[in-house]
Design a protein around this ligand. Structure first.
Ligand code: TYD
Length: 222
């Protein structure tokens, strides 16, 4: 358990509907009277927003894979110190869009950076802060990237430097997430991102209501 509050992270390949589900869950928890803090990585702090631009804006200077991994972890270290730990100490429920598993899946499984080294750096960056629950929204990479592209064309969201990588990179990322979930089945809730958003929302709610200790009858606010 993480200090006084609860720490829930959302992970998965791009285009699985993670951010939408996080928003819905946030509203449902607030409706149940819970104090919630939604946040994201990279970019959950002022310093993190500068790092996010270096990492994700397509025309920025290329980064070596290890540098990319360290900048992701620098963003996380700042985020944990400035935002996540204080919120947990105040008893809040923190909902974080991406955390350590993204670094392991993207920079490790996808980019080929040594996993054991990444795990050590991630541990250093977070001081060992582990989520109470990690929701993995799994999605076929073609479907996910197509959704992202469509949204981008419609003027929503971004199609960032990492989205633009080759399909085989994204395939390794997806497989990486799934193998991380298999290693810690208690902490992970794996849901199928191809299901209707309402169905996913209810699957999440059942688990989160029990974790946070609120009544399960709070309506879905989709
Ligand atoms: P974002 O637009 O926030 O994507 P999403 O809505 O899918 O979360 O962009 C974050 C991108 O950064 C996403 O492509 C995954 C990548 N990322 C990493 O490669 N490593 C990391 O440690 C984190 C936190 C994100």
């Amino acid at each position: 358990m993480s200090e006084r509050g609860r720490f829930i992270t959302f992970e998965g390949p791009d285009g699985g509907g993670k951010s939408t589900q996080l928003e819905h869950l946030c509203r449902r928890l607030e409706h149940a009277g819970v104090v919630v803090l939604p946040t994201r990585e990279p970019g959950g702090t002022p310093v993190g927003r500068e790092l996010r631009a270096m990492l994700l804006v397509p025309d920025r200077a290329p980064l070596a894979p290890e540098a990319e991994a360290l900048l992701m972890c620098a963003d996380r270290a700042q985020h944990v110190a400035e935002v996540i730990r204080p919120a947990l100490s105040a008893g809040m429920v923190v909902l974080c869009d991406r955390y350590t598993e993204s670094t392991l899946a993207y920079q490790g499984f996808g980019g080929g950076v040594d996993l054991a080294s990444l795990q050590a750096v991630a541990e250093f960056a977070t001081g060992g802060l582990t989520p109470d629950l990690t929701v993995l929204i799994d999605v076929d990479v073609r479907l996910g990237l197509e959704r992202r592209r469509k949204a981008f064309r419609a003027g929503e969201g971004e199609f960032n430097r990492i989205d633009r990588r080759r399909l085989d990179y994204h395939q390794r990322v997806r497989n990486g997430f799934l193998s991380l979930a298999l290693r810690e089945p208690e902490r992970f809730l794996v849901v199928d991102g191809a299901l209707a958003p309402e169905v996913i929302s209810d699957q999440l709610w059942e688990r989160v209501a029990a974790l946070v200790g609120v009544r399960a009858e709070i309506p879905r606010l989709l």
